[in-house]
Design a protein around this ligand. Structure first.
Ligand code: BDR
Ligand code: CA
Length: 310
């Protein structure tokens, strides 16, 4: 059983990542912390709690994270995720209380209380994780690995070469990538292959339980943004669930170990993840970069997971 903490900014695809984690008997989701990203910190916190209420996991402790990135104002992605951050479904209001502590305090408490090392799954900007590492360096050894969605080896989705999660807080990402903790990165190179097609979204409707129905509404909304032909998609890319899918089924993915760092100074490329595929720098290979996915198996995992809910 893998113990994880999720730090997320729900977000349609964050919601799917959480769903995969909750559905699996192989994963013990110890805590959820919210980051500012897809929407304001108030909305992403509320969304995390609405999702746990929908999926009947109110026992999982939740705490809200930092209000802004480390060095710059927050930029949100309402154009992708809507006004609420989770437009497209009527989700229940949270029916449990948020923890009376900050995200980094909850991460610290959870790590201290765990006998086993814990994996951090990060599906939003890395502000909370960078702050955590600065404030609680003594707890670094309790982190088994950080699995994150972010970055790109090449084309970006927010600027020509920069992916949204890293764009929002490049300094935080730089701190996390250089922390000396084993890293698994799901960049756009793999998440753009992890697409769900329109007929597959329609098939979710046949599952017909409240959780699957809510996710069908969410995916119908999320898919519309990606219909613009400029992207060249055949469906909607499911970025964040690649993290949990990799934890559960690493054999679904192809990856390469390499050094990855973050550009924080560049005029045109601030926030770019610089991936040393050809080992040109001689720097330590700090990151397992996911590059390909068995898409049908991934979609099957999503379908099977949705079927486990009441
Ligand atoms: C990432 O940005 C967010 O909009 C998604 O939730 C995902 O984490 C993709 O670039
Ligand atoms: Ca996200």
């Amino acid at each position: 059983m893998k113990k994880i903490i999720m730090d997320c900014d729900p977000g349609h695809d964050d919601a799917l990542a959480m769903m995969l984690a909750l559905a699996s008997p192989e994963i013990d989701l110890l805590a959820v912390t919210s980051s500012a990203g897809n929407q304001t910190p108030e909305k992403t916190l509320n969304n995390a709690m609405r999702l746990l209420t929908l999926m009947h996991h109110q026992e999982i402790p939740v705490a809200g994270g930092n209000r802004t990135p480390l060095m710059q104002p927050l930029e949100t992605a309402g154009n992708v995720h809507g006004k609420s951050g989770l437009d497209g479904a009527d989700l229940p209001d949270p029916d449990f209380a948020v923890q009376d502590m900050t995200a980094i305090e909850l991460i610290a408490k959870t790590l201290r209380e765990s006998d086993d090392p814990v994996t951090l799954v990060v599906t939003g900007p890395m502000t909370n994780i960078a702050l955590f590492l600065r404030v609680y360096p003594e707890l670094k050894g309790k982190i088994d690995r950080i699995v994150f969605m972010g970055g790109a080896m090449g084309l970006g989705n927010w600027t020509p070469s920069v992916e949204f999660n890293i764009y929002v807080d490049p300094e935080a990402a730089k701190i996390v990538l250089n922390a000396g903790i084993p890293l698994t990165m799901a960049p756009l190179n793999v998440t753009h292959k992890a697409q769900i097609l329109k007929p597959e979204i329609a098939a979710i409707g046949e599952i017909n339980n409240p959780v699957a129905n809510a996710f069908q509404g969410l995916l119908n909304f999320f898919e519309v943004y990606h219909e613009n032909p400029k992207w060249g998609f055949k469906g909607a890319p499911l970025h964040d669930p690649c993290t949990i899918a990799w934890l559960l089924h690493p054999e679904m993915f192809e990856s390469e170990l390499m050094n990855v760092d973050v550009e924080t100074q560049g005029e045109l490329v601030r926030g770019e993840t610089v991936c040393d595929y050809y080992e040109l720098t001689g720097k330590p290979k700090n990151t397992d970069v996911l590059l390909d996915i068995d898409r049908p198996a991934f979609i099957q995992l999503i379908m099977d997971s949705l079927k486990t809910f009441k």
